[in-house]
Design a protein around this ligand. Sequence first.
Ligand code: DLL
Length: 430
Amino acid sequence: MTEALTPGFHRREIETMPREELERLQLERLQTTVRHLRSNVPLMAERLDGIDDPTSLDDLAAMPFLKKTDLRDNYPFGLLAVPREELARVHASSGTTGKPTVVAYTAEDLEMWAECVARCLRGAGVEPGWMLHNAYGYGLFTGGLGMHMGAEEAGINCIPVSGGNTERQLMLIDDFAPEAMCCTPSYALTLAELLGEKGPSTSMRVGILGAEPWTNETRQAIETGLGMIAVNIYGLSEVLGPGVSCETADRDGLVIMEDHFIPEIVDPDTGERLPDGETGVLVLTSLSKRAFPVLRYWTGDLCSLTREPSPCGRTHARMSFVVGRADDMLVIRGVNVYPSQVEHTLVGIDGISPHFQLVVERDGTLDTLTIRGERDPASASTASDAELVKTVVEAMRSSLGIGAAVTLNEPGSLPRSEGGKLQRTIDQRA
Ligand code: DLL
């Protein structure tokens, strides 16, 4: 049984600040950031040449975007806005091939980050004095250390377990009885599966899950499997690490730390700003970072925004779940397909487990999509394999708008997360 939790606060006065006051603070900090970038980052001085300092938040729309390729082209430290001696920490974004994307922090930047994560944890319902089982990887990846600092800032006892060695993780969860855990949603599914029929006898009341796209359907599977509520935390190393935004225990959109970041949603093709409620690319501007400030960073993540106040009294903008990345989009026979659409459809079907893989191949000139799924051994569904496959094929045709082949694999045979992010798409067309 998952039990409701009440969202708490870490810095209530900031988290519930009237919007007018918040926007005044954002403008002041934006002006400081633009001046800092002009004076200390040659690339930005060049790009901002001829553009006036902002006198209103709307002026941001006239400023240039910063993209991942800019970080790559200036690898490793070309975009730093402080001398190297002032750095306290370096991290890098995940990615398995080539050079990583390097980011850096001053001691003050780390304090700001810890405060953002502390707000996320308190909002998710984690109480000071609780124990947090932290299964995000420790290392260059921002997940482990980012969550760790935030927990300490909020007076939460963080167990630095890191990823991998799943049997041992389950033993520690049994023995230490943590009230909260954090890891990727795919790893939470792995843990839930291993608990299997024994069911969720764990002490955990809330999981703070993110670092990869997931859906509400997967959330339900995790909540049932682990007997806790699951909240979505978002972030990226280029902008901070975990803690740019996070759902509260109300699970009603991810609250953005707007005193430190300005969010915009733009059209993926034209870069034009889109109104609240419309889905487009999330673009983020940092307002308080010193070592590596970013102006209009093009995250590539697709979502929408609302500026309606939250039921718990928070006034900062909220973003929706990320529905995919502009560059994760598969174009199959001319139709745009996001892996999250498949997940959304598949995980809702009785008899099918939440583990899947997408394989795209080219047969002559024709692209084919195969969805590899598994039967859910825990489901009471009596449908035959053939009937299940037919159900999935029909559901996919109506949700994706294209035909897909569906295979049912041995339960447990598809790849599982061993602690980190899980790559679910295999595109063999290249
Ligand atoms: O994944 C930071 C993080 C750690 C976030 C732990 C949350 C928890 P990167 O390795 O730089 O940083 O990867 C950033 O991961 O641009 C998104 O595409 C994706 N991502 C992160 N959080 C979410 C989420 C960390 N909640 C990239 N939903 C981002 C969907 C997410 N995608």
